[in-house]
Design a protein around this ligand. Sequence first.
Ligand code: SF4
Ligand code: SF4
Length: 278
Amino acid sequence: MQNLTYNLKRTVGYIVGFILFYEPFMFFNQIASTFITDTSFSSIHVPCARIPLANIVTGEWLATSTISLIFCLLLAVTSLWFGPLFCGKLCPTGAFSELLGSLLPDKYKIDWVKLVPVLPLRYGFLIGFLFSIWLGFGIPCTYCNYYSFEIFINLFLTEYFLNTLSSLIATFFLANVFLGLFTKGGRGYCLFICPVGTYNSLFHIFGRFVPGAFAMQVRKNACIGCTKCAQNCPMRAITMHERQATIDRRLCIICGKCAHGCPKQAICYQSNLAKEKK
Ligand code: SF4
Ligand code: SF4
C-alpha cells in the first residue's frame, strides 16, 4: 500500500510536469503570460534553462524571453532552497527513462558509477555545452532528450510528428534505451548529459551554505548499512562508508526513493537547521 501511494504521488507529479511544460498544454507559459507580456513564440524551448544559459554565454541575455528568464530564476531559487525538485518530482523525461531502467534485471544493465568518473563527466559536459556555445556552435536542441521526448509523446497524443530530425530520433534512443533501459537506475541522460539538471545541482550544492535549505539527510544512528537505498537510487548518489549510507548532493535529485525504501526510516528530507538541532 505504501508503495502504491508513493508511486501514485510520483506519477501525479510527472503528469503535472508534463501539463505545465510540454506541448500541447504548456500551462506554465499560459499562466506566466497572464502576468507578463511576452511576445516570444510558445513552445517547450521557452521554459528551458538551456536558452538563458546560452544567451548569458554569448552576451545576448537581454534577448532572452521574459518567461525563459523567470523559469531559469525559479529553477535556481527552488534548487538552492529545496534541491533539484524539478528533476526528481516534475520532469517526465527523466521519469520515463527511469521507468525503462526498472524493467530489466540488473545483470543486463550498466552501472556507470563503477566504470567511469561520473562527476567529472557530469559537470564537464555542462562546461563543454557552454563552451561550445561560446565558440559559436549554437544551442544543440536537436540533441536534447527533453525535446525528443516531447516529440515522441506528441506522436501519440496528437499524431504530430513533423520536423523530426534523425538526430532527435538518435537522441531519444540513446537517452532512453542505452542510458535508460540498459543503465542501472535508468537516469544515464540525467547523470551525464542534461545541462538543466546539472545547473539545478549546482544550486543545490550551494544550498549547503544557506541556513534553512533542504536536502536528503541520513540519520547515522538509525542506518544499519543494509545498502537498500544505494541499490535503489536512480542517480547512483548513495555510497556506503563503514556500513553507513552517504548521499552525494552533487547527484541527488530529491526523488525520495531512498527514504521510501529504507527499512529503518533513516533517511529524511529536512532543512539543515533541523539537522543542527539534533
Ligand atoms: S536503506 Fe536505510 S538502513 Fe539501509 S543503508 Fe540506506 S539509510 Fe541505511
Ligand atoms: S539519494 Fe535518494 S532522493 Fe537523492 S536521487 Fe538518490 S534515491 Fe533520490
